[in-house]
Ligand binder design. Structure first.
Ligand SMILES: [Zn+2]
Length: 173
């Protein structure tokens, strides 16, 4: 298994654990793209509307002008009960930066940034590029116990899950 974190690749778990111990904040990036059968303006109108673009996902749901809820994957505890876990944070955006539409979900120790870039292919075909990143502060416990961090990564919304979820939502429009 190859781990990628903070722009570096780690082929051995031992090396990755050493990297985890080395700092509080870690960053994971993911990028993807998809082709949709809509013209660029139509896609732009969807992507610039946080209620639309995030509302159709079940991961980050805007609750008012400033805040959103991030739903974490279900966790089954020993008794068989399924816990639905959620984090509330600030949702900033969309911010238009040249031809990128940027959003930021910020909740203290966990920050997601999602950027969209649209490319007109034909009159009714648009390529959507999504850049997604997650920055997380693992705290002192994470630095002492890197294996717990690796375990936690399996029950968190990674930038890949988020980006692929947005892709399938955009495709379903
Ligand atoms: Zn890292």
């Amino acid at each position: 298994m190859v781990y990628e974190c903070c722009g570096e690749k780690f082929e051995k778990e031992k090396e990755f654990k050493k990297h985890i111990r080395s700092r509080y904040w870690h960053r994971i990036n993911y990028s993807t793209s998809t082709k949709v059968l809509l013209n660029r303006d139509e896609v732009f109108n969807i992507v610039k509307n946080p209620k639309l673009i995030f509302g159709i996902s079940n991961l980050i749901i805007p609750i008012d002008q400033k805040r959103a809820i991030l739903y974490l994957p279900f966790k089954r505890i020993k008794t068989g009960t399924i816990l639905k876990r959620a984090i509330i944070g600030n949702l900033e955006g969309p911010k238009l930066d040249f031809d990128m539409l940027e959003y930021k979900f910020n909740s203290d120790k966990l920050v997601y940034e999602i950027s969209f870039r649209l490319k007109r292919l034909t009159e009714d075909q648009t390529e959507v590029y999504i850049l997604s990143s997650m920055a997380v502060n693992i705290g002192i416990l994470g630095r002492i116990m890197p294996s717990e961090v690796i375990k936690a990564l399996q029950s968190i919304v990674t930038p890949e899950i988020l980006a692929e979820n947005l892709v399938s939502n955009i495709k379903s429009l």
